[in-house]
Design a protein around this ligand. Structure first.
Ligand code: GAP
Length: 444
């Protein structure tokens, strides 16, 4: 049911229900910077945990790292970012707007005509995407540091530290989640492309002769991950990079794309970075980054297969995929069909009425479930309206405590997607909800 207007509806729902707010809103906002509210931060954390578990807990040869955002400036010379991490930009001499030359209509480019006001455009010039700042008290050339534009380099410069301390042998991986910064021209599409964002990256260190095998392995694993996350398969596809699209470090690259309401776009890149990065860091640091295979005594610089997903972009995938509207009894029901594993709230708990001890019983039940699930207690308004409020934020399960609950220790379990209601023993609630989560399948 996606259309161009869907994005506006998602953006407005996110603000209204506390998922995502415009940054510095009371000052008029900062373009393309966003703050994650109470529900947004739960959703983002759940996606992050799901990724972390998939990559590290379920793979004994993948370990974690949390490297700093600011690194030695030579890192970015060695990595090629100082020289190559650029976008071709043009400025409008009249309205002063700046555009990416490769995103402007061909005719406008040929005529040097601004797509917004028709004014004259400058010739394209390359503009580095890294944010620069200074470290220490003196602001000179020697104190320049960059905010990392990808988390990957923190992994490469630590690869020997991590390998030795965790006693890994090739093949092994290092996983990291963290902020990255790019001074991009960001236009519309909500949180899709922002200057400050989060990445979930995994670098897999392998023997050079096994690059094809591991590339295919990680392509398949990463595609399946999105399905396990509850994203509809029909909305996912691969896109292979042609020679003109390949990043300066990549020999081969596939994107996983998602069909957003505004079209098919990249959500993750799988790259064969060869030995490019470790060779560069060997040369620029003067340190030997070769790997010694104890069995064969072979010494070589490992190849790296990288899986690079956007966390903040994944939040938009989850929201876009979950958003749905349907007619129910002559009304429009807005519902976010999140997989229960990533829903910001898992269980809503409501007393039918506040009186006669029902509110106390409901509160006790809600408290007893907190250890296992994220819960939300609501006693305000008609039950139907309380269900709809939870549908709109994607809560998969709601419990209603009524007069019968006092008599036979059962409550109503209501399922978000089908709106089905079932009677469940209070003592069985935890196991029953866990079972529902395990067996959850979204209907397309
Ligand atoms: N280390 C490789 C790398 O950074 P990339 O294709 O430039 O590769 C990987 O970025 C992922 O990071 C993208 O697929 C996207 O999900 C996310 N990403 C990149 N730039 C972004 C931006 N400006 N805003 C939000 N997410 C971004």
């Amino acid at each position: 049911m996606a259309s161009a207007g869907t994005m506006d509806k998602i953006t407005s729902l996110c603000k209204r229900r506390g998922f995502i707010f415009q940054s510095s809103e009371i000052y008029g906002g900062l373009a393309s910077a966003w703050d994650y509210g109470p529900l947004g931060v739960e959703l983002k954390n759940n996606i992050k945990s799901f990724w972390w578990k998939t990559m590290t807990q379920l793979n004994s040869n993948i370990v974690g790292l949390d490297a700093s955002i600011m690194m030695h400036p030579r890192v970015w010379v060695a990595s090629g970012h100082v020289e190559n991490f650029t976008d071709p930009l043009v400025d409008c001499k009249k309205c002063k707007l700046r555009f990416r030359a490769d995103m402007i209509d061909k005719k406008n480019m040929e005529e040097h005509k601004c797509p917004e006001c028709g004014g004259e455009l400058t010739d394209p010039r390359n503009f580095n995407l890294m944010f620069k700042t200074h470290i220490g008290p003196v602001e000179d050339e020697g104190s320049i540091v960059y905010l990392r534009p990808e988390t990957a380099q923190g992994i490469y410069v630590n690869y020997k530290n991590v390998m030795q301390t965790s006693r890994q042998r090739i093949p092994f991986g290092i996983a990291q989640v963290g902020k990255a910064f790019r001074n991009e021209i960001t236009t519309k599409n909500f949180i899709f492309r922002t200057c400050e964002f989060e990445q979930m990256e995994m670098q897999y260190f392998i023997h050079p002769q096994e690059d094809e095998k591991w590339f295919d392995h990680w392509m398949n694993q990463r595609f399946q991950y999105y399905i396990d996350l509850g994203i509809r398969k029909s909305k996912l596809r691969f896109h292979e990079h042609g020679p003109d699209e390949l990043a300066h470090y990549a020999k081969k690259a596939f994107d996983i794309e998602y069909e957003f309401p505004f079209g098919w776009k990249e959500i993750e890149g799988i790259h064969n970075r060869t030995d490019f990065d470790l060779k560069q860091h060997t040369e620029y640091s003067g340190k030997d980054l070769k790997y010694l295979d104890e069995a064969t005594k072979e010494r070589f610089i490992p190849y790296i297969i990288e899986t690079s997903a956007g966390l903040t972009r994944s939040v938009l995938v989850a929201l876009s995929d979950a958003y749905d509207e349907e007619e129910v009894d002559g009304d429009t029901r807005t519902v976010l069909r999140f997989h229960p594993l990533i829903a910001p709230v898992t269980v809503g708990v409501f007393p039918l009425v506040k009186k006669d001890g029902l509110a106390d019983l409901a509160r006790d039940i809600e408290k007893s479930l907190r250890e296992e699930f994220t819960t939300f207690y609501d006693q305000g308004g008609a039950i139907g309206r309380r269900y709809r409020r939870q549908d709109e934020v994607g809560t998969p399960f709601c419990l209603t405590i009524d007069y019968q609950s006092k008599e036979d220790d059962t409550v109503t379990l209501r399922l978000r997607d089908s709106m089905e209601q079932r009677r469940v023993n209070i003592a069985d609630l935890t196991s029953r909800i866990k079972e529902e989560i395990r067996n959850y399948r979204r209907k397309d």
